[in-house]
Each structure stands twice: as structure tokens, then as C-alpha cells.
Design a protein around this ligand. Structure first.
Ligand SMILES: NC(=O)c1ccc[n+]([C@@H]2O[C@H](COP(=O)([O-])OP(=O)(O)OC[C@H]3O[C@@H](n4cnc5c(N)ncnc54)[C@H](O)[C@@H]3O)[C@@H](O)[C@H]2O)c1
Length: 337
């Protein structure tokens, strides 16, 4: 297959691209290489992909309409994985406009490209943050998600709605994946595990929000990549049982689906920190702080639908995942044991 992966220099995008190349697909990777976090890490991730003969990198911004039109015109993609986005809940409070540019304007350009060039399947990143004020656990795709608590969450929910209109109007098969806190080697420097590791190794205090009482469904990168590939191969189809009289929020009479993709085993933030302390052989100095604006206290994925449709089975425990992250971190930054 010929696959367009946007956000290919990103944490998840580079992992997905690598797996697609390993199994023999051709990949065009797009990324604007923005400096939201260290660009050198994005370059290093790309550096692992570029030697592959079936990989081509295009530096472009998905919010650039003419660049995207040209890309789709030339590319003739069979399938598209849209992972490019302005990520992060907290940053959406500081810089709301970048979320509209990348996540809304960018996404319409991707939808238009797929529509005009007969793409067989669009898989795109949504987020567990769409659950917002929902408190029924585990979070289910069959529950409504109409109460986002951050602009980031609203932009992801908007993507699901925009995709639905294209699936309905143009029969474009689309699948939205609600990722639950992804972590692991080659991860994101703005996320907790990275920040904690950096601070602990420098002997600085770590900021523990919600006094450590968060429960997060931390999901290891390899389990996420596996789920993305499986869904990409499973083209969204209409649900024949869907009824407008009792509309199921997780499916449609259009070829449109959304899935949770998480470990389905929430872990308390203090236990996550404990696993990191054991791995680093150091105890963190902790600054206990209240819940941050925009954050949700707990996340927990119901992944039954993904299990049923693509036999998704996450298998990496937090202890194992944190161990692999720390091994990678030490090697990447050249920090001795
Ligand atoms: N990592 C998580 O825990 C998590 C959780 C929920 C959802 N997500 C979503 O998954 C996707 C991938 O996340 P990630 O963790 O790999 O983040 P990431 O920031 O590492 O990757 C995103 C990549 O997209 C690129 N990008 C951003 N805006 C762009 C634009 N306008 N045009 C072109 N490229 C652009 C960035 O340079 C970056 O390399 C995102 O859509 C994110 O919102 C991630």
C-alpha cells in the first residue's frame, strides 16, 4: 500500500511509519517540524526512517491548503493516517490559535484531499480528552462526549464530527482513534514521564498535579502502533443496526467509526512515579499541586469495541514500559547508569 502519514516526525507517527515500512508499505511522511518541543528529537526520529528506500519525507504544514492539494495530487495514496496536530491540553490554554490552525484547518485539508483522491480509508488521531466532564468509567465510545474541558479536546471532538460529514456525504471510510496517555521510547518531552525523568536525574523537584491522585490509562507506544496498523487495515464500514431513533455515538449508518485505544488498566500517578523511581534508583522530590485547568482527574478506556473488531490486546505493563523508556532515555541522552 501507499500510505500518507502526517506527523511522521512525531512520537506516534514515527512509530507507525516504521511499522508500515517494515511490512513493505510505501510511506510518505509529512511534518512541519515545529518547535513545540525539541526539533532535534523529531530529526532523530526521522533519521531512523529516511534510510528506508520506501520512505519519502515532505516538510509541509497540513494547514497549508495549496501544499496539501499538491501533495494529494502527486501522491495517489491508498490510505491516510493523520497524526499531525497541535497536541497537549495545557498548551491549548496558552496558545489556542495553533490548535485551530493545525487541528481544524489542517484536518479539513486532509478530508478534502481524501475526498478528491478516492482514499480507501482515513485513520486519524482523536484523544481520550474528548471524554471531558464524563465520569462513567470505563469511558465508552457508546457514551456521548459533548462536554470537553479544553480547546484541545474540543478540536479532537470537532475532528470526529467533521469526519462524520465526509463519511456520510462522500462515503469516505474514516476511523477516529481516541488515544489514552501514550508513553515509551522516543516519547514526547512535554509529557509527564519525560519531564519527571529529566527532573529526577538533575535532582530537581517534580510537579505532581492533583496531589498524585490522578488515575491514567497509560498506554505503551508499541501497543498503540499495533492498534493503529490494525485499524488502518480494517476499513470502516456502516453499522447496519444503527438507528437514528436511538443513535449510537460510536458508529453510524455512514462508514465512520471511533475507537478507544488504551491499556484498559488505569494506574495511579503516584504508582507511575514509583515505577520510575525504582528504574532510576532515585527518590523524587515531589511538589504536590492541585489539578491543572483543563485536565481531567481520571481516564480509563473501555476497549471492547476495538477488541471485537480488530482483536486488539495491549500487553505491556507500566513497569515494563517505564523500564524500556528509561533504557532508551539514558542511551539517547548519553546518561550513564
Ligand atoms: N501522545 C499521546 O498521549 C496522545 C494522546 C491523545 C492523542 N494524541 C494525538 O495523537 C497524535 C500524535 O501525537 P504525538 O504524541 O505523536 O505528538 P507529537 O507532537 O510528537 O507528533 C505530532 C507531529 O505533528 C507535527 N505537526 C504538528 N502540527 C503540524 C502541522 N500543522 N502540519 C504538519 N505537521 C504538524 C509535529 O511537528 C509533530 O512532529 C496527535 O494528533 C495527538 O493530538 C496523542
Amino acid at each position: 500500500m501507499h500510505v500518507l502519514v502526517t506527523g511522521a516526525a512525531g512520537f506516534i507517527g514515527s512509530g507507525v511509519s516504521r511499522r508500515l515500512l517494515e511490512r513493505g508499505d510505501r510511506v510518505i511522511g509529512v511534518d512541519n517540524m515545529n518547535d513545540y518541543y525539541e526539533v532535534s528529537l523529531k530529526e532523530a526520529r526521522l533519521g531512523k526512517l529516511t534510510p528506508h528506500e520506501n520512505f519519502e519525507f515532505v516538510k509541509a504544514d497540513i494547514s497549508d491548503r495549496s501544499a496539501m492539494e499538491e501533495l494529494f495530487e502527486k501522491g495517489k495514496f491508498d490510505r491516510v493516517v493523520n497524526l499531525a496536530a497541535q497536541a497537549g491540553v495545557r498548551y491549548s490554554i496558552e496558545n489556542p490559535h495553533s490548535y485551530i490552525e493545525s487541528n481544524i484547518v489542517g484536518f479539513i485539508n486532509i478530508l478534502e484531499g481524501c475526498r478528491h483522491h478516492n482514499v480507501e480509508h482515513l485513520v486519524y488521531a482523536s484523544s481520550s480528552s474528548v471524554y471531558g466532564a464524563n465520569e462513567t468509567m470505563p469511558f465508552s465510545v457508546h457514551d456521548n462526549v459533548d462536554h470537553p474541558l479544553s480547546l484541545y479536546a474540543a478540536s479532537k471532538k470537532a475532528n470526529e464530527l467533521m469526519a462524520h460529514t465526509y463519511s456520510h456525504l462522500y462515503r469516505l471510510p474514516t476511523t477516529g482513534l481516541r488515544f489514552f496517555t501514550v508513553y515509551g521510547p522516543w516519547g514526547r518531552p512535554d509529557m509527564a514521564l519525560f519531564l519527571f525523568t529529566d527532573a529526577i536525574l538533575k535532582g530537581k523537584p517534580i510537579k505532581v498535579f492533583n496531589y498524585g491522585k490522578h488515575r491514567r490509562d497509560f498506554t505503551y507506544i508499541d501497543d498503540i502502533v499495533e492498534g493503529v496498523i490494525r485499524t488502518l487495515d480494517h476499513v470502516a464500514r456502516p453499522n447496519p443496526d444503527w438507528s437514528g431513533l436511538k443513535p449510537d455515538p460510536g458508529s453510524s449508518r455512514a462508514p465512520w467509526r471511533v475507537y478507544n485505544i488504551g491499556n484498559s488498566n488505569p494506574v495511579e500517578l503516584m504508582d507511575y512515579i514509583g515505577a520510575l523511581e525504582r528504574e532510576l534508583g532515585r527518590t523524587a522530590e515531589k511538589e504536590m499541586l492541585p489539578l491543572q485547568p483543563g485536565d481531567v482527574p481520571d481516564t480509563y478506556a473501555d476497549v471492547e469495541q476495538l477488541k471485537e473488531d480488530v482483536a486488539y490486546q495491549p500487553s505491556t505493563t507500566v513497569d515494563e514500559g517505564v523500564r524500556r523508556f528509561v533504557r532508551w532515555y539514558r542511551e539517547y541522552y548519553g546518561i550513564a547508569e
